[in-house]
Structure formats: C-alpha cells, structure tokens
Ligand binder design. Structure first.
Ligand SMILES: *Cc1c(COP(=O)(O)O)cnc(C)c1O
Length: 389
C-alpha cells in the first residue's frame, strides 16, 4: 500500500545527511563537551559548530543561541524567565488565543501564580492586528509573546510590526518560531526580536532538541539549574548528537530555503485547488496570503475530521485534525474557535502539511482517496445541506 505523510507540522523525518552527521556522536565521538581532554574538546567544537549553524539560519550571533531539550522548553523558559526576572516591574503578560499549548498552558500556570495574562483576539484570517496588541498594553506589561507562524492554520503573523510596538513601549518581545523556522525568512536583528523559541524536529532534525535565541544583553534567570553548560544558562549535559543534527538541519534549511518554499507552495496550492474544486462544501481556513508554505487547513462540511483521518489512515495517509496535542481530545480547536469558525465546522476540519519529500503523485493519491472517503461519510452523515445541522 502507498504511504503518504502529510503531517510535516507535527514532525518531520530526519534527513539522511542529518543522520549521517549525528552517528559518530553516539559512538567514537561520545565525549562530554565539558571535559578538558581531547575527546571533550572535540565534542565542544562540534557543539560550537552547531550553534553557529543555527545562528546563521536566523542571523543571530552564536552567543545568542542556547540549546534546550525541545521547543516547549524554550517557550516555558521565555515565559517563566521573564515573569520571574521582572516581577517587581509588573505582572501582566500579553499573548494570543492561537498559541501552541506550550505557551498557553504555561500562561495558565502563571495565572495561578498571580500573573495577569491577556489573550489577544485574532482576525478571521488568523492574524493579530497591531492595534489590538497596542491597546492591550498597560504599565504592568512585562512581556509580549506572539507566535511567528501558527501550527494549525499556518498564518504568518506581522512579527516586525508587533515587535516594534513592544520596543516602543520598552516591553520584551518573544516569539514561538517553531513552525516559522526554515519556512519563512527569519532575521532576528531586522525583526527586532528579543527572545525566540525553535525546535529541530520540525525542520528535518531529530526530536528532543530545541533552542532559544536570547538577544545580546538580555539575561533571563535559568530554567534548568545545575552545571555550567550553555554558557551557564541551561544546565544538563548536552544532547550532543541531537544538537549536531539540529545544526546540520539548519545548515541544509538555509542552503535549500528557496527550493523548499517553492516546492511546498506548489504542492500545497495544488492540493487546495483540487480539494476545493472537486469536493463540494469545503473551504480553507486562515490567510492564504500570509501563510506557511506547506499548510492547508480545510473544513469538510457535514462530517467529522476524526472520521476522515481514520479512513485516510486505512489508505496509508497521515494527516491531522488540529494540532497533534489536541487530536486526542474532542475539544474543538482553540485556534479555529479564535478564527470564528463555527463549532460544527471545526469538527469537520483536517490539517494537511506537505514537505520536502512530498510528491505530486502523493497529492493525487490523497485527493482521490479524499473524494471517496468524503462521499462515503457524507452518505452516512445525519446532517447535510438539505437536512441542515
Ligand atoms: C511543535 C511546536 C512546539 C513544541 O516543540 P517541541 O520541540 O515539540 O516541544 C511549540 N510551538 C509550536 C508552534 C510547535 O509547532
């Protein structure tokens, strides 16, 4: 049976070149980067090289990149670190209704500990209006955090404008760039970002390694306490093989950026055109203009996204409903809710995300399968256009 993976926003396969780069660091080059003999110094050199590769992808100085255990850790660190460091200055944090759970659940934790969090509304296309942000600022605001690219609908936020507002009010600006990295151009200096979260496994690197960009001159309190790793800012013996893989993935992403974006956009647009053209009562959620190149988030009226997912899985196709984290719960997606999609339509929504290994034949197979699956489910559905919801 054909296998088609269209869930690149959940995680990506690790590229062969990345795996090859990592392998020696499990075996011959197993040294601890903190050790002072040659084996350790070699490990330290590999660590520095990877730091440079990640820094290069976002136009940062290598000294501004700190490796973490995952993207979620970087999100937690940004929020908890700023909340802690600036608690005498204020207790107000501004974020959005469409953040990843790594942000939202950390905000909820902070709310239980005396912080006030404003969750900004978004427009129907998923973007945050700069005026909406500016009007939420108070003299107690210590952090503004808006994700760079949304993981469900792929909307790219106007980060430069939003960061400029933060700067004007002398407030720190953080962005969760896990979905943005390697998919949209990121220049942290040009954009005016203070703190930024990244992850390797969404850019063809390994799982279990992330990074934080922390602008020069900023020093958040540590989140993981212990040894002096990561220039004293993040303790724990480094996941060297993982970090080396992240570095290689970042290097490849930079070299292939234009091709990657073009390839994804072409296939994504082809998928959207075929699905919305050939299957009636379907629509795309989120901005088509400011969008992740590989993301298609599509609602199929009158049926359940979960059922579509399962029937596609029988055909060897992997897609998701909402984010991977919410896919095990029946709670409607908080992102689609924020976009104003009616609840019954949220339940009929599927996220397709294409990537470097997707082919046109894959898309044809998926669309042909979808036509069959959707027709079958609609026949069984108790609701439809005539019957109403
Ligand atoms: C995947 C993801 C994360 C979490 O990254 P992990 O490395 O899996 O912890 C955070 N934010 C967004 C937007 C993501 O897509």
């Amino acid at each position: 049976m054909r296998k088609v993976y269209l869930d690149y926003s959940a995680t990506t396969p690790v590229k062969e070149e990345v795996v090859q780069e990592m392998i020696p660091y499990f075996t011959q080059q197993f040294g601890n980067p903190s050790s002072l003999y040659t084996l350790g110094l070699e490990a330290k050199a590999a660590l520095d090289k990877a730091r440079g590769q990640v820094a290069d992808l976002i136009n940062a100085d290598p000294k501004e990149v700190f490796f973490t255990g995952c993207g979620s850790e970087a999100d937690n660190w940004a929020l908890m670190g700023v909340a802690n460091a600036l608690k005498d200055k204020g207790n107000h944090i501004i974020t959005t209704k469409i953040e990843h759970h790594a942000m939202l659940h950390t905000c909820e934790f902070l709310e239980k500990n005396g912080y006030d969090v404003t969750y900004l509304d978004v427009e129907a296309d998923g973007t945050v209006k700069p005026e909406t942000l500016e009007s939420a600022i108070t003299d107690k605001t210590i952090l503004i955090s808006v994700m760079f690219v949304n993981n469900e609908v792929g909307t790219v936020e106007p980060i430069k404008e939003l960061a400029a507002i933060a700067k004007k009010h002398k407030i720190l600006f953080h962005t969760d760039a896990v979905q943005a990295l390697a998919n949209v151009p990121i220049d942290v200096k040009e954009l005016g970002i203070d703190l930024m979260s990244m992850s390797a496994h969404k850019i063809y690197g390994p799982k279990g390694v992330g990074a934080m960009f922390m602008r020069k001159g900023l020093r958040l309190p540590n989140f993981i306490h212990g040894g002096a790793q990561e220039m004293g800012r993040r303790a724990g013996t480094e996941n060297l093989a993982g970090i080396v893989g992240f570095g290689k993935a970042a290097e490849l992403a930079k070299a292939n950026f234009d091709n990657h974006v073009k390839h994804c956009e072409e296939l994504r647009n082809y998928l959207v055109e075929r699905v919305t053209g050939e299957i009636k009562d379907t629509f795309v959620n989120g901005s088509m203009e400011h969008r992740h190149p590989g993301n298609a988030n599509i609602t199929f009226k009158y049926i359940e996204g979960e059922s579509i997912l399962l029937l596609l899985d029988y055909k060897g196709i992997s897609v998701s409903t909402g984010s991977a984290c919410s896919s095990k719960s029946l709670k409607p997606s908080h992102v689609l809710e924020a976009l104003g999609v009616p609840v019954e339509m949220i339940h009929g929504t599927v996220r397709f995300t294409v990537g470097d290994f997707t082919t046109k034949e894959d898309i044809d197979y998926v669309v042909d399968s979808l036509k069959e699956v959707v027709e079958k489910l609609r026949m069984l559905s108790p609701v439809n256009e005539e019957k109403g919801w």
